[in-house]
Ligand binder design. Structure first.
Ligand SMILES: [Zn+2]
Length: 106
């Protein structure tokens, strides 16, 4: 009996999600070293994987980059964060746009 080694879509999704998380970890490290150019590149790569395999970027990682210009956001460096009426508001210094997230209630 022939055994096919084709990857199951579920596994492919799991792998691409892991790669996305890893890329964001790398981006965070790069940003800590003030290598924002490198951090932005990791975000671009993560987004490409997400698009290619049609996986969603986890919500916790979505606030790590600007949804307008896709730059990695580091509060205090190129972003400002504040909370207002149960929402977290991010202000991107790169493109001067806002992002709003509802704070999840437990
Ligand atoms: Zn921006």
């Amino acid at each position: 009996m022939k055994h096919k080694h084709s990857r199951k879509p579920a596994e492919q999704i799991r792998i691409s999600k892991e790669r996305i998380e890893e890329l964001f970890r790398q981006a965070e490290k790069a940003a800590e070293d003030s290598r924002m150019d490198l951090a932005n590149r990791y975000v671009t790569l993560a987004r490409k994987i997400a698009m290619k395999f049609k996986v969603k970027i986890p919500p916790k990682l979505k606030r790590k980059f600007c949804r307008h210009c896709y730059k990695y956001l580091k509060p205090g460096v190129n972003a400002r964060v504040r909370t207002h009426k149960g929402r977290v508001i991010y202000y991107c210094d790169n493109c001067r746009n806002y992002m709003r997230f509802v704070i999840r209630k437990k």
